[in-house]
Write a protein that binds this ligand. Structure first.
Ligand SMILES: Nc1ncnc2c1ncn2[C@@H]1O[C@H](COP(=O)(O)OP(=O)(O)OP(=O)(O)O)[C@@H](O)[C@H]1O
Length: 428
């Protein structure tokens, strides 16, 4: 206020023709105001720089303490939190696969299965996303014990360093997950040199989709397994899948591809979720890579719209799985072309109740297919509903569908590649 009064007085003392006076008064405005701005800007810059350097230092200290390279986190969970040495990101300085494997050997040391324990004859059962999947015999080294059947997931020969890295990461992911009776179990690995193998327990009866298709045939028994399924058993299998999803949810994960083709079944109808490649991708990269093709008809609206998804997207797919079971493996939305599924759902259309499905089960399906993910139940809530429904479910009448499945036709209607169907149905 004081300065202003001084300046005003100076102006009054000047005549209008006095240019020097006007210039002098203008200099105050031209110098002081920008100087204030520059000063404020420099202070702000200083604060930002200080915050940035402080952040960098904290990060360096953290990774130095844990001996790991930073990696993208997914939904707030990182492997190192589990204290299992879950370092997936490996310095990219490695120049050859061999030296890379040598460097990684200590991390996977405890999981190594001596190759001489594995039979030389490998029977290919599937062509997986990383490479061929084989069935083999494992001799535990104890001469009195019978060799047991295992499944080997191999990494394809043409794999580059990045794929090797990814494969080892998947093994560590299994290790990080730990054991759950409804998830396929990792027994070990062979990764000290090429070819690389994951050694998995053999869930010998194969995938649930093939099982359901076989239930359509007039086959009573095969390998000790009854190829029949009742409503009560549908609930029994569904409950086990939900237990696996609860386990994943507790670890802030989701499966991403819940479908009958990704469930393996034992002769006592124990169900095990497999195909964890996608869960691994989401966990490490925070997103599903574009190289993955996931059948659209199993996906929730948020997945189809490429919005962030979580366990409730698995719940949507679980509803489709119930439909698959109760129809003995029919393709979902038979009247809708796979590429039109999003428009179909946007019109708020869901599948009608199949004739073999009671109202209680259909109501459960409908709760899984609520458009808004927040209004869908969580795995735990849904399991409780399934358990209650199972108490009054029919355990006598066997589900029946007279038509047999033509795999090529099924693949076209379901929108999946015929090659991705399991081998076990083709031998029927
Ligand atoms: N442990 C196992 N026991 C019996 N069969 C298995 C086992 N693991 C896989 N298979 C067979 O291989 C098929 C594909 O398995 P899976 O989905 O795990 O591999 P993938 O296609 O490489 O998937 P992902 O990359 O998602 O892990 C299964 O449907 C099943 O037929």
């Amino acid at each position: 206020m004081g300065d202003r009064r001084v300046m005003t007085r100076k102006l009054l003392e000047c005549s209008f023709s006095d240019k020097l006076c006007v210039v002098q008064e203008g200099q105050y405005e031209v110098i002081i105001v920008p100087a204030l701005f520059v000063g404020a800007f420099l202070i702000l810059l200083g604060v930002i720089l200080w915050l940035f350097i402080r952040g960098q230092r904290a990060q360096q200290q953290r990774s130095g303490r844990q001996g790991i390279a930073p990696m993208p986190s997914s939904r707030g969970l990182r492997w190192e939190e589990a204290g299992q040495g879950g370092n997936v990101c490996v310095p990219l300085k490695e120049t050859s696969v061999e030296s890379f494997l040598r460097a990684r050997a200590p991390v996977l040391d405890k999981l190594q299965v001596p190759r001489e324990q594995l039979s030389e004859v490998l029977e290919q059962i599937y062509n997986g996303s990383c490479g061929p999947i084989y069935r083999a015999k494992r001799n535990s080294g104890d001469s009195s014990a019978k060799p047991k059947s295992v499944v080997l997931k191999a990494l394809k020969e043409s794999a580059g360093l990045h794929e090797v890295q990814n494969f080892l990461g998947q093994i560590q992911f299994y290790q990080y997950l730990g054991k759950h009776k409804n998830l396929v179990q990792l027994e070990g690995c062979c990764t000290e040199r090429l070819p690389l193998y994951m050694v998995l327990e053999d869930v010998a009866q194969g995938d649930l989709l093939s099982f359901l298709w076989t239930c359509r045939r007039d086959v009573m028994t095969m390998d000790g397994l009854l190829y029949d399924i009742t409503e009560k058993q549908v609930y029994h299998i569904g409950k086990q899948v939900l237990l696996a999803l609860e386990f994943l949810e507790d670890k802030h994960l989701f499966h991403g591809d819940v479908a009958a083709r990704n469930i393996l079944i034992q002769s006592d109808l124990t169900a095990k979720l497999c195909g964890l490649g996608l869960a691994y991708e989401v966990h490490t990269q925070g997103a599903i890579s574009s190289a993955r093709t996931i059948p659209l008809k199993w996906l929730s609206p948020e997945r189809l719209l490429q919005r962030p998804a979580g366990i409730r997207a698995d719940i949507w797919s679980f509803g489709i799985l119930l439909y698959e079971m109760v129809t003995l493996g029919a393709p979902p939305y038979p009247e809708v072309p796979p590429t039109s599924i999003l428009q179909h759902l946007q019109r708020r259309k869901i599948m009608k109740r199949p004739s073999s499905c009671k109202h209680t089960m259909y109501n459960i399906m409908k709760s899984c297919w609520r458009w808004s993910e927040d209004s869908r139940p969580l795995p735990r809530e849904l399991r409780v509903r399934l358990e209650a429904a199972a108490r009054t479910a029919d355990d006598k009448a066997v589900l029946q569908v007279p038509e047999l499945v033509v795999p090529e036709l099924y693949a076209a209607v379901a929108g999946i590649s015929v090659n991705s169907l399991s081998y076990s149905y083709s031998i029927l």
